[in-house]
Design a protein around this ligand. Structure first.
Ligand code: 3H9
Length: 691
């Protein structure tokens, strides 16, 4: 696990623990032993710690968290490195994250390669650095810069790390050779063991405190932001060793916080979602060199931008010139806005625009290796397009649809090559949202699915494989929430109260504000096509209230208003609708609103699992976390339901079903079974990592 090579007075210790050199117990022990040996060996004057593989060290082994501790603990190993009688230099070629960077910080110098990325991302796992990061980083780069890095959690690239003083040298060539030279230089100068400041510089305190106050103002309820500020503050108030103890205590306390557990669950669920039943590394892939997108609307344009960003030439195809011109103009405007904001350079903008072409007529899709249809959401329109694509697309091309509700198998049946048809359900705005539901049809060939997944990753997306059903995973569950929200309106809640309860739950927006933003006409059209009913939303649409774009929806949006305002007309309409149906209105507490909206979604998730539409609970949670802004620290709807207890969820659902007469609300068989066993969704084949 740790290779040791000694030559020219330098011991190079190479960490070799694939895939990411996570610092599990065995690697910690191996490193500790190798260090002790190198320290004893008189032929060794200096030590280099290097690593095999793309990643230097991804941090502590997250899978060990929550299990009984296995010595040696990382802080002890790092203390021994720091106190080493021989200088230790880290040679960092790839990512050094969390405990990986803390390891490098305990070394006496850091030499990085151009591909190095240095960061302390613990905050994203609901934690703070727990192996000296909150003390060693501020002493190296200053408390304010260190606090900003730990608060953001984003890694620095090599050049920036060098500029900040986090890295001592940037070596584009032989990294280990450069680290050896550096280590010998330190040994000769005898200056590696220079005194570490016992306390942080009091002159830097005001700047740090201002940044800490701002962070707490922005995240008043995040336990780890407060803990991070306290740990850094301890560096001003206490000697190094005592400040380390403060950090460690805060880190260990956070490990048990349910919010941190949910974030760890999500980390592993996301990675588990990459494992798709029936596929393997050996499944062949089809080459994707050119793409075509059918439809220059918001969705089609966003998808085309994803291809351009990945360097894949893409042709946007429309039926008529004005629609194409409008679509291409919209893309240009989005890029111009990014450039104005400073998030896109003029060169990158020109490069991307150079990759996006426009064309009229489906025949122009003939050269593409993949065609993504993003036309109007209507079965006849889609089958018409696919029948034509069948004629014009080159043999072996992947034919993808961006449908969000329609039956992929019916669309595939319009072609003579259903094995080449797949769903790529992007979320809006497609160039921003990370999630893609990759829909596997009954006939989709394994190499087509594998290529679709790879392509989504190439586009910077997070693909999750789903099966065919109305709305797939995300929208099918969302439909339950929308129906429940409508029902609540009729029973006595008002839009602003429902939205407030859902925001307090952790969503950035409530369902009604969200519907106003998306446009109420979208759901209206779908309901008309599918026989769905939403009494309040339908009545609003009948009055031309389509949401923000018409200035009126569930809320009203006076000229210049940033958020919607309560609208007495809407509230009167809702009350009239209740009266018409003979429903006695009553008040709802926020907890009841949450249960009424979320439990039916959880129930639908159970049905989705039972039908095999999603392979595992973690896939469903990954979809909700990345496509619907489910609050990350609640770990996704099914993980959240587990934290409540499925027996309680099932009992409430049974009550809702009785009270409403809606049999769909009764606990799904899988949910009822798990509840009866006292088990949770986690007991099903779930994410590999522990919670
Ligand atoms: C920490 O360090 C706390 C300390 O302050 C205090 C300690 C006392 N542990 O992401 P990938 C697995 S907290 C265990 O697909 P990539 C991952 O599950 C930690 N496993 O690769 C996957 O397994 P599988 C702070 C880990 O190339 C495989 O490695 N560190 C860990 O897209 C490949 O992962 C972080 O938060 C881990 N730490 O990205 C960094 N990391 O193949 C977390 C990865 O079985 N890691 N695995 O599904 C990352 O951000 C990315 O993995 C990385 C590589 C950028 C490194």
């Amino acid at each position: 696990m740790v290779r040791q090579e000694i030559s020219g007075g330098v011991a190079v210790l190479t960490l070799a623990h694939p895939p990411v050199n996570a610092l599990g117990a065995a690697l910690r022990a191996g490193l500790d032993a190798a260090l002790a040996e190198a320290t004893r060996d008189e032929a060794v004057r200096a030590i280099v710690i290097a690593a095999e593989g793309r990643v230097f060290v991804a941090g502590a082994d997250i899978g060990e968290f929550g299990k009984p501790p296995r010595p040696p603990m990382l802080p002890e190993v790092l203390a021994r490195i720091e106190a080493s009688p021989k200088p230790v230099v880290a040679a960092i070629g790839g990512a050094a994250l969390g405990g990986g960077l803390e390891l490098a910080l305990a070394c006496h110098a850091r030499v990085v390669g151009p591909g190095a990325r240095l960061g302390l991302p613990e905050i994203k796992l609901g934690l703070i650095p727990g192996a000296g990061g909150t003390q060693r980083l501020p002493r190296l780069v200053g408390p304010e810069a260190a606090f900003a890095l730990m608060l953001g959690g984003e890694p620095l690239e090599a050049g920036k790390a060098l500029a900040l003083g986090l890295a001592d040298a940037l070596e584009p060539g032989d990294l280990v050779a450069a680290a050896r030279v550096q280590a010998l230089r330190l040994a000769e100068a005898g200056s590696w063991s220079r005194e570490r400041a016992e306390r942080l510089d009091p002159g830097a305190r005001a700047g740090f405190e201002a940044a800490a106050a701002e962070a707490l103002r922005r995240s008043p309820d995040s336990p780890n932001v407060a803990a991070l500020a306290d740990a850094v503050r301890a560096g001003f108030d206490l000697p190094f060793g005592e400040a380390l103890a403060v950090e460690r205590a805060r880190f260990l306390a956070l490990l048990d916080d349910p919010r941190a557990k949910a974030l760890r669950y999500a980390f592993f669920a996301e990675r588990e979602a990459a494992r798709v039943p029936g596929l393997s590394r050996d499944t062949p892939r089809r080459p994707i060199r050119k793409a075509a997108v059918i439809g220059a609307g918001t969705m089609g344009g966003g998808i085309a931008m994803c291809f351009a960003q990945a360097g894949i030439p893409v042709t946007v195809i429309e039926a008529e010139e004005p629609a194409l011109a409008r679509g291409l103009d919209r893309i240009r405007a989005l890029y111009a806005a990014s450039r104005a904001r400073g998030s896109l350079s003029a060169e990158a903008e020109a490069e991307r625009l150079g990759l996006i072409g426009g064309a009229i007529g489906l025949e122009r899709a003939g050269e593409a290796d993949i065609v993504v249809e993003a036309a109007f959401e209507d079965m006849a329109v889609k089958t018409g397009i696919f029948a034509t694509l069948d004629r014009v697309a080159r043999p072996g091309a992947i034919l993808a649809t961006n449908t969000s509700y329609l039956d992929l198998d019916a669309i595939a049946a319009a072609t003579a090559r259903p094995q080449d048809v797949i769903g790529l359900h992007f979320f809006s705005p497609a160039n921003v949202m990370r999630l893609v539901e990759v829909v596997r049809g009954a006939a989709t060939a394994p190499d087509v699915l594998a290529t679709g997944l790879d392509l989504a990753r190439r586009l910077g997306k997070l693909p999750v494989t789903v099966g065919v059903c109305f709305g797939f995973v995300g929208n099918r569950m969302l439909a339950r929430r929308s129906a429940a929200a409508e029902r609540l309106l009729l029973e006595g809640a008002l839009p602003h109260a429902v939205d407030a309860a859902i925001r307090d739950f952790g969503f950035r927006m409530g369902p009604f504000a969200m519907a106003d933003l998306a446009g109420l006409d979208i759901g209206w059209r779908t309901r008309k096509a599918t026989g769905g009913v939403a009494p309040v939303a339908d009545a609003l649409c009948a009055q031309g209230r389509f949401g923000q774009k018409t200035g009126r929806g569930f809320y009203r949006y006076p000229e210049g208003a940033r958020a919607g305002e309560r609208d007495p007309e809407v509230e009167a309409l809702i009350e009239a609708e209740s009266a018409r149906r003979g429903i006695a209105r009553r008040a709802f507490a926020p907890e009841e609103i949450v249960a009424r909206l979320m439990y039916p979604m959880v129930n639908e998730g159970a049905r989705i699992l039972e039908e095999g539409i999603a392979a595992r609970p973690g896939d469903i949670d990954t979809i909700w976390l990345n496509g619907y802004n489910w609050p990350a620290w609640r770990g996704g709807p099914l993980h959240w339901a587990d934290t409540i207890g499925l027996a309680a969820v099932a009992a409430d659902l049974a009550r809702f079903a009785d009270a409403s007469g809606d049999a769909d609300l009764a606990p799904a068989p899988l949910l009822a079974r798990l509840a009866a066993q006292g088990a949770g969704f986690a007991s099903l084949a779930g994410p590999a990592g522990p919670a």
